[in-house]
Design a protein around this ligand. Structure first.
Ligand code: PEP
Ligand code: MG
Length: 327
């Protein structure tokens, strides 16, 4: 099948009835960016900056952060890259910050991601400077993980803006444009989209954490791995509501959790209106092949019916529809 995917390299991920899906890839280390060329992905939708922190024995210095971000942007060329600020803590603890992140009973719900970054604002300032320097003269897409309430986005943005203004005052190069995004991973944020949307340029839904919190089911516990289905009405209805709100407000929405990399799940997401997916590089070819052989309009209509009717097994129905369409 590799040859089949390679043959699709230059072709868009467009469905038979004309919906153009944007397929981005997730990355975290310098070498991951090479997959952009192989897969011809539309860009990097999630660059997990904490990976550099996780593999280091000590806190990476600003120069090393800048060098990494610059190298990613250079490899990406004209393709957009979205950097996610550090998501340390939870399942991603770093040795040099252990006392802070490991003394917790529920680390996934604890001192992590934007919470830790705003608390340790020295770390966040250094990272902001590194990102601003690396993106000098081009567009910087930056997003903040685990935003639970809009004020956390405000505080994180203010921190980056403070660094940008400093660069401006001292006459140093800065990005031509900065686009600010929030990650929707905590269900509470979905209740505040009317407040959030006017503040942000884009939204990225992290379904790994979002499902963990929606179902109160530890994403790292194998005993719970198969218990909750990504195609359950609770998740799909939840996501549909967010997507509809985003469309109405003109805010681009990307799904960047692992869910989007699985064929049936990706099709379900497209059927509820998601048009941008950021997935593991190996999923780009298979997803493109699938979307190019799918008709989305009937799936959209069917999905509306399934999600509105009680007790429907969406996985089974969608599987049937895929079979019927010969996807
Ligand atoms: C997510 O939670 O879905 C996500 C993309 O972030 P991470 O997997 O890095 O927590
Ligand atoms: Mg997450």
């Amino acid at each position: 099948r590799q040859a089949e995917y390679a043959a699709l390299r230059e072709l868009p991920a467009e469905t038979l009835d004309g919906t153009r899906m944007t397929l981005l890839m997730n990355a975290g280390l310098r070498d991951d960016a090479a997959a952009l060329e192989q897969t011809n992905a539309d860009g990097i939708g999630l660059f997990r900056t904490e990976f550099q922190f996780l593999v280091a024995a000590t806190l990476p210095r600003r120069e090393r952060q800048t060098a990494l971000y610059r190298s990613i942007l250079e490899t990406a060329g004209d393709r957009p890259v979205t950097f996610r600020t550090v998501d340390i803590g939870g399942d991603k603890s770093v040795p040099y910050m252990r006392e802070e992140t490991e003394a917790e009973e529920n680390p996934a719900m604890g001192w992590r991601a934007i919470r830790l970054a705003l608390g340790r604002d020295g770390l966040m300032k250094v990272q902001a400077r590194a990102l601003l320097d690396a993106a000098a003269g081009r567009t910087l897409n930056i997003m903040f993980p685990m935003i639970s309430e809009p004020w956390e986005f405000d505080a994180a943005k203010a921190l980056v803006e403070e660094q940008r203004k400093w660069l401006e005052r001292s006459g140093r190069p800065q990005p031509a444009k900065i686009r600010y995004g929030a990650m929707l991973e905590v269900p509470a944020l979905a209740e505040c989209l009317d407040v959030l949307f006017p503040k942000i340029d884009f939204l990225s839904i992290g379904t790994n954490d979002l499902t963990q919190f929606l179902f109160a089911a530890d994403r790292a516990n194998p005993m719970l791995a198969d218990r909750y289905d990504w195609l359950s009405p609770a998740i799909l209805r939840f996501l549909r509501r967010v997507v509809r709100a985003g469309d109405a407000a003109g805010i681009p929405i990307t799904v960047c959790g692992e869910m989007g990399g699985r064929p049936l799940e990706a099709l379900a997401l497209a059927a509820i209106g998601v048009e941008r997916l950021s997935v593991t590089p190996a999923a780009i070819g298979p997803l493109k092949a699938m979307f190019r052989s799918a008709k989305l309009a009937p799936l959209r209509a069917a999905m509306t019916e399934w999600l509105d009717a009680p007790g429907v097994d969406v996985r089974e129905r969608l599987g049937g529809a895929v079979h019927a369409q010969g996807i």
